[in-house]
Design a protein around this ligand. Structure first.
Ligand SMILES: NC(=O)c1ccc[n+]([C@@H]2O[C@H](COP(=O)([O-])OP(=O)(O)OC[C@H]3O[C@@H](n4cnc5c(N)ncnc54)[C@H](OP(=O)(O)O)[C@@H]3O)[C@@H](O)[C@H]2O)c1
Length: 228
């Protein structure tokens, strides 16, 4: 997996350019930055054009709508709709667009970043978790469809992982390392033993109803008290 050239997509141009330069110097690869807001409908045209101009071997569907914690009934519709569009339609479109080229070449891969929240219903993160469950089911199904055609599909379901938004959890390098090692070997991966145990406990040591109740009570306890 080392030595791959990269097309990096995110919104902040300066940061993206710095990262591309750093990766190119450190690994002797070509890294191209493409600053786009993927939630904008007019971003998809330039993105697909950039993909068509390159020989893409591995798609990592990582960027997604931010998670939240609160009552679904208080979520403004534009946020609900944006989560759904980003975490399902946009990512699905990228996979669908790139697959013909990967299949034609008979080689390549897709890493779909889902979440541990996709493995069980999560009250107070309802539509975020539902989108993650969609990504999980989609990716696992595609893994089976594509496995004899040379295209590796992996669903990566991280638990808490340090990022700009999250200040605790696994190191992103460890999560990425486990994902790359699992690509081509299995349909999906929960990185970290603690996360695997938590997901196993919720999915298999509880009935689905009991898991829902336990998760609901846990998440309700994390809600902020009402203001005032
Ligand atoms: N961190 C966790 O604990 C955790 C746990 C489970 C699952 N996940 C999943 O892992 C993935 C990454 O999470 P993260 O915590 O690393 O998220 P993040 O810090 O919010 O963003 C990850 C990357 O996506 C880019 N991005 C975000 N919104 C974008 C947009 N509208 N258009 C283009 N690029 C965008 C960001 O750059 P810019 O801001 O410059 O655009 C950044 O490079 C997500 O799919 C998330 O659901 C994370």
């Amino acid at each position: 997996m080392r030595g791959l050239n990269l097309l990096l997509v995110a919104r902040r141009q300066t940061l993206l350019e710095e990262l591309a330069g750093e990766l190119a110097t450190r690994h002797g690869i070509t890294a191209r930055p493409l600053a786009l807001d993927l939630t904008r409908e007019d971003a998809i045209g330039p993105l697909l054009a950039a993909l068509d101009a390159l020989d893409i071997g591995l798609l990592v569907n990582n960027a997604g709508a931010p998670s939240y914690h609160g009552h679904f009934s208080e979520r403004p519709w534009h946020e609900v709709e944006a989560t759904l569009a980003f975490n399902t339609r946009l990512q699905l479109r990228l996979i669908h667009h790139l697959l013909p080229a990967l299949l034609h070449r008979g080689r390549g891969g897709v890493i779909q970043v889902s979440s541990i929240t996709g493995h069980t219903p999560v009250p107070y993160m309802a539509e975020y978790a539902a989108c993650k469950a969609y990504q999980l089911a989609l990716g696992e199904s595609l893994h089976f469809e594509l496995r004899d055609q040379g295209v590796d599909m992996l669903v990566l379901s991280p638990g808490a992982t340090r990022s700009e938004r999250v200040s605790f959890g696994m190191e992103p390098d460890d999560v990425a390392g486990e994902a790359l090692a699992a690509l081509g070997r299995r349909p999906s991966l929960l990185p970290g033993r603690g996360n695997r145990w938590r997901a196993f406990r919720y999915r298999h040591l509880n009935s689905r109803r009991r898991a829902l109740w336990r998760m609901g009570r846990f998440q309700r306890g994390r809600l902020r008290p009402p203001r005032g």
